[in-house]
Design a protein around this ligand. Structure first.
Ligand SMILES: [Zn+2]
Length: 181
C-alpha cells in the first residue's frame, strides 16, 4: 500500500506498527495498543485521517468499557439491527443529527444518551419510541428501512398496531416469547 510522505514528497511504501500508548481521558488513564503508519523509506510518521479515527475509537472505547458505556461497535450493532442510518437513529432519539455519527467515531456519550441507545436495542422499546415520535415522515421511513432488513420485519395488524418480529420468531410461528432470549 502506497501513501504520500511529506518528507519524501512522493507516494511511498508504508509500514504499519502497533504501538502501546497511555492516554489520559477525562479522569481515567487508558493503556491501549494503537496503529501508526511510517514511511518505509525515511521512517517519517504519516498522518492518515482514517487511521487516526480508528485510533481514537480504540482509546475512547477503552474509556467507555471502564465506565460501562456502549462502545462504538455496540452502537453500530444496535443501529444496524434495524437497518437505520446514523441520522435516523439520532432523529428518532431526539439527538442532534450528527450525534450518532460522532458516537460511532469515538466521541463519548453521556449516561442519559447511553441509556436511550440501550433502550432502542430492545425491540419493544424501539416500537414504543417509534410510537412516541411525532415525526410521521421519519417513522414511515424507519418502518420502511426495518421492513427491508432481511433479519427483521414489521407486521401491520388491522388495528394499525405495529408489531415487530425477528425472522427467528416468525420461523417459530406465533409464539410471543423467544425461548433463546
Ligand atoms: Zn518518507
Amino acid at each position: 500500500m502506497k501513501m504520500y510522505c511529506a518528507q519524501c514528497d512522493k507516494d511511498v511504501e508504508v509500514i504499519k506498527k502497533k504501538e502501546k500508548k497511555t492516554y489520559e481521558v477525562k479522569d481515567e488513564i487508558i493503556d491501549v495498543t494503537i496503529t501508526r503508519i511510517y514511511c518505509a523509506e525515511c521512517n517519517e510518521l504519516i498522518y492518515d485521517k482514517k487511521n487516526e479515527v480508528n485510533n481514537d475509537i480504540i482509546v475512547y472505547d477503552e474509556y467507555r468499557k471502564i465506565k460501562g458505556l456502549l462502545t462504538s461497535e455496540e452502537i453500530r450493532k444496535i443501529r444496524s439491527k434495524y437497518n437505520i442510518s446514523q441520522k435516523e437513529m439520532s432523529q428518532l432519539l431526539g439527538f442532534g443529527e450528527k450525534t450518532v455519527t460522532r458516537y460511532e467515531n469515538g466521541y463519548i456519550q453521556d449516561k442519559s444518551n447511553d441509556i436511550l441507545m440501550r433502550l432502542v436495542d430492545d425491540k419493544e422499546s424501539f416500537e414504543q419510541i417509534l410510537k412516541l415520535s411525532n415525526n410521521g415522515k421519519l417513522v414511515a421511513k424507519i418502518k420502511k428501512l426495518v421492513f427491508q432488513n432481511q433479519n427483521a420485519v414489521f407486521t401491520y395488524s388491522p388495528t394499525n398496531k405495529v408489531t415487530f418480529k425477528t425472522a427467528f420468531e416468525i420461523g417459530k410461528g406465533n409464539e410471543d416469547i423467544c425461548q433463546v432470549c
